[in-house]
Design a protein around this ligand. Sequence first.
Ligand code: UFG
Length: 339
Amino acid sequence: MHILVTGGAGYIGSHVVKQLIETTTHRISILDNLSTGHRSTVDTLNQIARDKGSRKGITFYHEDLKHFDTIKKIFETGSFDAVMHFAASIVVPESVENPLKYYMNNTVNTTHLIQLCTAYNVKHFIFSSTAAVYGEPNEPQVTETTRTLPINPYGRSKLMSEQVLQDATQAHKDFSHVILRYFNVAGADIHNRIGQSFPNATHLIKVAAQTVIGSRENMMIFGDDYATPDGTCIRDYIHVDDLASAHLRALEYLEEGRDSSVFNVGYGHGYSVKEVVLTMKEVSNTDFSVLMAPRRAGDPAVLISNNSKIKSVLRWSAQYDDLALICQTALAWERTVQN
Ligand code: UFG
């Protein structure tokens, strides 16, 4: 199979490409505008392919999905069997300030990409969606049938793309998809070859790791007056390599000719912000400075996946369900990018 991975030079996409290289013989092309991805990540992935003895290098298109004519030309010559679509804007507060960036980059570009897939006989599409589509759910553990009511443009831009994909699939019988709704992704490659290199990161575990190594003086906990046992928000943190393996399972599932579907990807249990901070302090043996701050707008108190569906239908199972390991790998990577 020939797989096009958009955003393959970025955080999650690169971990998926790494696993595709390590466990399959598929031909891989990456398309990335390098706005948050890195050329050095593509080089590392090519090195991983060489280490595995693969003679096939990765084809790299340094391109932006908004350049419709160029993307069309890539499809004309590419003969892709599947597209894994990671390229997107993902910062919630930015989406509130600049919603059109999110609707253009996420929804419009995804729509165009889906159109090309249907026009050029791509069989399968795997879409990176988000737990943000659920907004502030009433139930603490959300299933795929929990009502979707996103509370910010980021979540809406992803939900609209899901709908476009579902409608396109209805209309094209040879086209199938899997939508993966990610919970809180964190950590890095166990061998510390790739990780999350994102300027102005806002994600809790990344921020805590940056505070350990001193690239931030301190960090803040946004709100300790939530209706949770210690007053701080609870999230379902999943190691990036477990998230990545869900994509490989999804691809196999579609190859088996199974029906298009949507899956939550999380561990099904959560940790509070204070528990995460404490774990980072323990694994780093550093008592870094943590300040209390007011609630951050739009944060639901608790967001945990019900992951029964992905476990039973995709036969996905977690390997790294260990908050200390997630923190350790995030920290090891932070130390590497700092150097
Ligand atoms: N938090 C802090 N201090 C920080 C950063 C975060 O207290 O410096 C808190 C947040 O307030 C929140 C929790 O840590 O309560 C997790 O926040 P993140 O920013 O790490 O992640 P979010 O839960 O806001 O969002 C992430 C992704 C979304 C995705 C969502 C799904 O950014 O794309 O997980 O759960 F939709």
